[in-house]
Design a protein around this ligand. Sequence first.
Ligand code: PEP
Ligand code: MG
Length: 756
Amino acid sequence: MNSAVAAARMILTRLHEVMASRLHVQGKLNQVVDIIGESLDSEVCSIYLLREGMLELFATRGLNQSAVHVTRMAVGEGLTGTIAANVETLNLAEAAAHPDFQYRPETGEEKFHSFAGVPIVRRERAVGVLCVQHVEPRRYEEVEIEALQTTAMVLSEMISNAGLVDDDAMGGINPTLSGPELASGLALVKGLASGTAVFHQPRVTIEHTVAEDIEAERQRVYLAFDKMREQIDKMTGQAEFGVGGEHEEVLATYKMFAYDEGWSRRINEAIDSGLTAEAAIERVQQRTRMRMRQIDDPLLADRMHDLEDLANRLLRIVSGQLGTAAAKGLREDTILIARNLGPAELLEYDRRLKGVLLEEGSLTAHVVIVARAMGVPVLGRVRGLRGLVREGDPLLLDADAGTVTIRPSPTVIEAFEARFAKSKERQATYARMRDVEPVTRDGVRVNVKINAGLRDDMPLLNLTGADGVGLFRTEFQFLVSATLPARERQTRLYRDVLDAAGDKPVVFRTVDIGGDKVLPYLRHDDGENEENPAMGWRALRVALERDGLLKVQARALLEAAAGRTLNVMFPMVSETWEYDAAREVFQSQIAYLKRQKKSLPEAIRYGVMLEVPALAEMLDVLIPKVSFISIGTNDLTQFLFAADRANPKLAERYDWLSPSILRFMRRVVREVTGHPVDLAVCGEMGGRRLEALALLGIGIRRLSITPAAVGPIKELVRQVDLGEIGAAMEGWLAHPPASMRETLRDWATARGIDCD
Ligand code: PEP
Ligand code: MG
C-alpha cells in the first residue's frame, strides 16, 4: 500500500468510527472537522450545509464558534457559494485574490490565506461544502484535495441518513415545474419528434461509502468488472446496425476503456484506502472528471463521456440498481432525456426512440454518430434540461430549429403538428423525386451528388437517387478513432464505400485534418496551439509535411479501388506545386504497387478543392493538370471575406449571394469552360434553393450537397430555365442590386419557383 493510500485509509477509519458512534449528528460533524483539520494540518475546517435554500455554517474548527448556525450565504455567493453553485472544487493559495471572495467578519477568518473547498454532492447536486483554510498561503496538494473529496462523500451519506438538508436539494422534483417551457440547444441530428419525456437513468445513489470488509468490496468490484466486460463484448458483437459501420470503431474505443487496467487498478487502490466498491468507482470518476476538465479539448471531452458511461454501468452492476429506461418496457413515443449518453447506452435502445435530448453533447461525439445511423433526431447542449423537464412530460422536439417545447399548450401542439405533417409530406415528395432526373426546363441535365463521410451515409445515395458522392470527407474516420486509423482499416472503409456506390462515382477527399479538426494523436511538432487554425497547419499542408499520412492514405485508396475508377481530391490547395507534390505521393505508391505486382485502379482522376482564393489566379496552370475542380464555398467565402466561418458573430454578416462571391465564381466558371475539366460546387451553399438558383445562373452545372437537400434541389432544377436565369444574373452582376437575395427571391416568386 503506498503512503497516500495509507493516509486516506487512516482518515476513513477515523470517519468510520465517528459514523458508527452513538453521537448526535451535530457531534459527529464537530468530530469530522477536527479529524480533517488535524489530518490536513489546517487551522480551519468547516462544513456548510444547505438549509432552506441557504448554505449554513454547521460545524467549524478554527473559525469563531459563535458563527455556527449564524453565518449563512446564498448558493453562488462567496467562495463557498461558488463551489456549491458550480459543484466544483476550489484550491487557492490566496483566497482574497479570487473575484468571488467575500469576507464575513463574524467568522474571524481574516488571518487565513489559503483556501480549499469541495462540494458535498447528493444526486449530482451540491447539498453542502467542506472547506479548509490555512494561515500560510499555499495551494493544497492533490492528495489533500482527494482526502477532502472522499470525506465529502462520507458526509453526504451521513447527512442524508440524518435527514439534515433540504428535500429539494436531495434531488426531489421541483414542484413548481408546470406550464409550457421552450428550451433551445444545438441540433446534433436534425429532425422532428413528438413524444413523452423518459429519463435515461437516475444516477446511482451511493448509500454506503466506508467499507466494512475491504476484501469483500474487492471481490464485488472484480465480479462487476467481469460482468461489465461481458456485457460490452456481447453488445459489440450484436450491434444491430450492420457490421463495419463507424459505430464499430466507436465501440472498439469503448471496449478499450472497459479493459483498461489503469482504471481497475485505481478503483482497487481506492478500495484499499477503505471505501466501498461504489464509493471507490465514484471517487476515481471524480478524479478523472477533474483532470479532464483542465484539458480544453472537445475530442478528449467526448472520450470522457464514454468513460462516464462505463463508470455508471459499473456502478449499476455493483450496486444492483440496474435498469436504465432501456431495460424497462419502453413507451412507444419515448423522447430520451440525459445529461449525456455513451454510444453503447444508446445502442441498447435500438430503434425504439423518437428523439434524444442531452444537456451536453457535441457534433463529433460518438453517440451522435450512432444516433445518425439510427435515424433519431438529437438536440444537444440544452442548458438546465433536467431541471425543466419531469418524467412523463409531453415534449415537442424540433431539432431542425434547435428547440424543444416542454408541456406545450394546445395551440403550440396544433402548430407543431401542422409543421410535422408538412415535413412528412415534403419527405414523401422528395422520396418520390428519387427516380426523377434533375433536368431544367430548357433540357439541361444538372449533376446532383451528395456529400458523405461515413459508411452509414452510403445508403442515402440510393434513397435520394443522387448521381454519386461528390465529396467523401475521409477525415471523419480519423475523427471518430482513438488512434490514427491503420491502412487496412482505411482500405476497408474505402472499399465498402465503393461497393455501396456501385456504378456511381465517389470523390474521395484526402484528409482535411488540422486546424479546428484537431486529433489528439496528431499534434504539431512544437505542440503549439494555433491562433488562427482555419488558416493554419491543416489539410494538405499537414499531409505533405507528415508524408507518411498521405502515403498511407494513397496506398489505402489505390488498393481499395483496384479494378475501378478512383477519384481523388486534394483539399486546401493554395499553390499548384502543392497539388503536384500530393500527386507525386500517389505516383510513387502506384510504382510501388506495380513492383509488388498488385492490381491497380483502372483509371485515376485527380482533382482539387478550390477553397483558397489564390488558386483561382493560377487556373491556366492548374487546368491542364486536373480532371476536376470542386469549389468549397464554406472555406472559400471565409477567405474571401476574411470572416471566420465558425464565428457566430459573423454568421449573418456576409451573404453567400453577395455579388463579390458570385462574380468570383463566375470568373472561375468562364476560365474552366471549354476545357475537359468538371467544375462543381460542394459547399453547404449548393444545398439551399435560392443559392443553388444563383449558382445555376452563373453557369454551375454540378452540385454536391447534403443528402437531405437532394430532393428539394432536384425539384428546383426542374422549375428553372437556365437561359432565363443566366441572362438575369448577367444583368444583376453587371449592375448589382441593393440586395441580391431580395431581387433573386422576387424573381423566383414571380415565376412560381419555390425557393424556401
Ligand atoms: C468547403 O470548405 O466548402 C468544404 C466543402 O469542405 P469542408 O466544409 O469540409 O471544409
Ligand atoms: Mg473546406
